[in-house]
Design a binder for this molecule. Sequence first.
Ligand code: C2E
Ligand code: CA
Ligand code: CA
Length: 559
Amino acid sequence: MRNKIFGEPVILVVDDQATDVRILTEAVRDLGQVYFVTDGRSALEAARRWRPDVVLLDIQMPDMNGFAVCKALKSDPKTCDSAVIFVTSHTQTENELRALEYGGVHFLQKPLNIPVARAHIKAHIALRSEAKKLANHDALTELPNRTLLYDRTDQALQQARHSRGKVALLLIDLDHFKAINDAVGHAIGDAVLQVVATRLKEYVRVIDTVSRQGGDSFMVLMPELENFDAVGDFSAELLSIISKRIYVEDMHYDVTASIGIGLFPDDSDTLESLYWHADTAMYQAKQHGRNTYCFFSAEIETSLRARHQLELSLRSALEQGDFRVFYQSKVDARTCQVAGIEALVRLCSNGVIVLPNQFIPLAEETGLIIPIGEFVLRQACYDAKSLSDRGHAIPVSVNISAQQFQVHSFLDMVKAILSESGLEPNMLELEITEGVLVQDIDITCETLAALRSMGIRISVDDFGTGYSSLAYLKRFPVNILKIDQSFVRTMLEDKSDAAIVATIIKLAQVLGLELVAEGVETEEQAQALLSLGCHVMQGYLYCRPIPFSGMSVLLDNNK
Ligand code: C2E
Ligand code: CA
Ligand code: CA
């Protein structure tokens, strides 16, 4: 059935007179694959089955005449593209007009002038083939496009259902391709895509279809498989072929891809599920660090559904106001006075408190961290202001994700929240991770300087776990280093962690930065940190994160 979509043109002859059928089929025999039927109903059936390029249609037939057949063909999406040429002995212009009205493209007079008729039929075949090519191919790579791929996949599945065969669908998505487009422009990007397309086309089996889905994503349809044993190796080979260095205009480019694989009938029973599963698996391959392939599996689907569910609940939590801000104090261990509080977000879902590690990563991926972060900042500023109004002038620190920092309006947002809450800027501290600092150095530096000139203080969170480039500490206007809790946790048992803690403390002293040790859980840890020169501590030893009401009471008592 494959050749119905591409390959030889198909001509369907419909005439109730045996002699006419013979003359017509004889006349067009060498122009393509020719089928004939002798009544209207069979014509519709045959057209759906063979998808003819051209239908040579008699008008006068018993039961269903040519006009009715033409009308039915044109109203069925599977057959509406066929070019219908009426062949009849009717001579009236009226008939000719009617034929065109019903969607016919031409009107041939019996008895046929064979050479003239052939010329017309040939012209229509050529037109159809050009139109099919345009409609079914991607202009850039000349590969079959999405439409054609779906059609072929549909047919491959039908065939596999009959023959109990197997079909694999691979979705190939180039990794970080946008970076090439952004760096060297679309013309070069297009040339790279063409090279990838050619490599794929040359590698697959003759019966496979490589298609470009658009952008930097391709698909390979593998029909007629006996089993899936080789699909993994095949995918690995595709990855290695794609990642071979690409040369365009004396420059070279290294591209990798992620492949997701859906399998019929093992994990998918319809075209839609096959496609969706390949897509899901591709996404998983990206998660696994790219330049790899991944088969779809039920577990992937379950975990994706859970993610989707979580995303929905984050959105609804934003609308319903289900986020809460908890506070944990930072304590000066020498005086046991509270030196500051850190705002830590919580999701309150049907009375259950969900911790940020469960939803911040997804919130960052989906961009929801922007509104969530804004909510936390606003709440924290209002809470700190109300504390300071009650005589507790204690700075509040708020965690800021890298994405928030990238938003152009970030500075304006901070300013607006400070002014609406009335909090003094020097009572606000922003905690950023080392990741933020290495993003876009110039912009980051500018933003930090602007924040600092407003009087806001900046601390580097989880210090020591990130990029550990010390150069930026000198360059960026930061005030505080927070020693990551992973070092504190093991500093008494692990000599190298103890050495890291000691080094961070020395570094802060040399650079004139303040210090906070995170995750202090025992008196021994606190003593060790104190003796090394770090005085401000945050951890369960002093206080767990608690709601604002609890923090107010605690501060009142602390006074
Ligand atoms: P973080 O900024 O490093 O915050 C410290 C985390 O350590 C908090 O976890 C806190 O509850 C926990 N912790 C404090 N003391 C101890 C201790 O003695 N032992 C142990 N084992 N853990 C301790 P939490 O609240 O679950 O937050 C986890 C992370 O989620 C935070 O790590 C921060 O990166 C992120 N996060 C929290 N709130 C926000 C927010 O509003 N915005 C953003 N962007 N991230 C947030
Ligand atoms: Ca923090
Ligand atoms: Ca931390």
